[in-house]
Structures are given as structure tokens and as C-alpha cells.
Design a protein around this ligand. Sequence first.
Ligand SMILES: Cc1cc2nc3c(=O)[nH]c(=O)nc-3n(C[C@H](O)[C@H](O)[C@H](O)COP(=O)(O)O)c2cc1C
Length: 213
Amino acid sequence: MNILHICADPQPMEEAASKQIAASFFAQLVTMNENAKITNVDLTQEHPADYTTEEFRNFWYPVLIDGYVPTKEEEEAATYAKQQAEILRDTDILVLTMPMWNYSMPAMMKAWLDHVLSPGLLYQVTDSGNVPLHKIKKLVLLISSHQVFSEQDPRDGLTPALETSFEDIGLSDVSVIWADGQNPKHHVDFENRKSVALEAAEELAEEICEDFS
Ligand SMILES: Cc1cc2nc3c(=O)[nH]c(=O)nc-3n(C[C@H](O)[C@H](O)[C@H](O)COP(=O)(O)O)c2cc1C
């Protein structure tokens, strides 16, 4: 089982609820499946660059313009996206760890997503829709936030964006573990909320090991 873990939380582990959820998830996962291969990508170290016009042309002009061949410069602009997509194409389970920032995902996670969800990398654009070019079976979202969110909360611009983006490329099995209410000034039960998420992460890891062994 190949797992790709993308983390976009700049806080140190002891202060980062999302990273602690990830630690709980992976501790249980490796306990149950010592053969699991985990690749970690820390976006706070990688700093994915902004998407450029050259990168757009490299990926989208061949889709939009018959016979378009990208220039060398356009190809080079796609290097990071291609390198990440290569890991993704060999991934069974994709785990994204992040805090909620301004009702959405941190910009570094969005930048990573914009790079990798390019045509020709993880999916092919055809007249009848997108055809997946990956074998990812499950998406796991590990999230933390100050505020408390209900299911299908209209303020949540994070989970629907990720779920829909991956659904577009044929990945609809998504699990979300969310430690919300992490502002100790506003939520006296913030520790308990985190404990529930840590436990849920362990349970999810167990389920995944059983389902994908
Ligand atoms: C730039 C920024 C924007 C934030 N925006 C939100 C927000 O929109 N909603 C929310 O509930 N919390 C927001 N927060 C709070 C974080 O989601 C919260 O502190 C979270 O627990 C941090 O995750 P961590 O403990 O994993 O680092 C924001 C924090 C920062 C730094």
C-alpha cells in the first residue's frame, strides 16, 4: 500500500492539531501494516511556486489547440507538477493534512493542487469527460480549525473544494477527520474535540488497513 502524505501546516507538531491527527493516523497505520510505504511531502519546505502562463500553456494548450506542441520553456515550467504527479500515479491512498485558513485551504495546498490537477498528469480530457490516469483509491483529509462547523456548513470552503476537485478526476472515496473548535478562548472543550479527532484518525487507519490490505 503506497501512501502519499501532503502536509501544509507550518506550526510545530506540539502546537499543530492537524499534524497531531496525522501522527495518530500514521502511527496506527504502520502498526497494522508494516509494509505500508509512506512518502511525506512538507509543503512548508517545498513552497510550490505560483502557477504560470507557461505552465498553463504546457498542460492546457494541447487540450485546447489541436496539434499544439509545448515549447521547451513551457515544458520546464511543468517540472514540479510532473514530479509530484509521478509520485501520485503510484499512490493508493492520498492524505492531505492542513489547518483551515480563511474558510479555505492554505495557499500552499491550493498551489500544489493547481499544479498536480493538470490535464495529462492525473487525468486525460476527452470529448466524453475526464479519464483518470491514476490509481488512487482513497482521499483522506485531516483538518483543524478554530471555529466549529456543522455538516455541509455553507462557510466551509475547504472540504467541498477538495472533494469536488478529486471527484472530477474519478476519486470519490473521501474520509474527513476534522478537529474543529480548536480556539481555547471560545471552546472550553477544545481538548476533548481534538481527542475525538485523534481517536477517529486511529479508527480510520484501521479501516483502511482492513479494506486495502
Ligand atoms: C491565516 C489564518 C487563517 C485562519 N482562518 C480560519 C478560519 O477561517 N476559520 C477557522 O475556524 N479558523 C481559522 N484559523 C485558525 C486555524 O484554523 C486554527 O488555529 C487551527 O487550529 C490551526 O491548525 P493547527 O493547530 O493544526 O496548526 C486561521 C488561522 C490562520 C493562521
